[in-house]
Design a protein around this ligand. Structure first.
Ligand SMILES: Cc1cc2nc3c(=O)[nH]c(=O)nc-3n(C[C@H](O)[C@H](O)[C@H](O)COP(=O)(O)O)c2cc1C
Length: 166
């Protein structure tokens, strides 16, 4: 059911940061999904916006750099726990995540990147801005905790063009 982007935001954000969600990207004919737990939803440039952070080492980064959209699929229960584990530790460069994690992609309503079947909250996002992190602007504390090995994130800002709950 199509919902406003703030519907069940508290629940979705709790599941995202405590258990993870799928970030899915299609670029050309390639589709990949990876687990994320960092991200935010808000209102920027007069639009409902979802910001996701992808480190440069990820296969997802390679794809999203040449994509115009991404999707976030958030499971509420534990059914996707194993799939989140596989998609959060193995790379689409090395494995077929559909086969190994048993996930199924289904077409989105508004964007070319698909969503992951069997989840509960979905955000379809059109990329409107991206930003490479600038190491010189980062607090020493965050740098030490999250970037001891470098591998900085790129932040992708997606306008939420479709949002629904199943
Ligand atoms: C719970 C969890 C949350 C994660 N969150 C992020 C994230 O927000 N950003 C990121 O770049 N990687 C994150 N990762 C790591 C990627 O999911 C992982 O490196 C994945 O294998 C990348 O897949 P890919 O190479 O197919 O893109 C997370 C992993 C787990 C298990």
């Amino acid at each position: 059911m199509s919902v406003d982007f703030i519907t069940n935001l508290e629940k979705g954000m709790e599941k995202l940061h405590k258990r993870g969600a799928f970030l899915t990207v299609k670029s050309g004919e390639k589709v990949n999904t990876m687990t994320i737990s960092w991200g935010s939803i808000g209102f920027i440039w007069g639009k409902p916006t979802l910001t996701a952070l992808v480190r440069k080492s990820r296969f997802t980064h390679e794809l999203i750099e040449n994509a115009d959209s991404f999707t976030i699929s958030i499971p509420y229960g534990d059914e996707m726990k194993a799939a989140l584990g596989i998609c959060g530790t193995k790379s689409g460069r090395d494995i077929d995540k559909v086969a190994e994690a048993g996930i199924k992609f289904v077409p989105s309503n508004e964007v070319s990147s698909p969503v992951v079947d069997g989840c509960n909250m979905y955000y379809e996002c059109k990329i409107v801005y991206k930003q490479d992190m600038d190491e010189s602007l980062l607090s020493p504390e965050v740098k030490e905790r999250s970037y001891a090995k470098g591998d900085y994130h790129t932040m992708y800002y997606g306008e939420i063009v479709s949002c629904y709950e199943k």
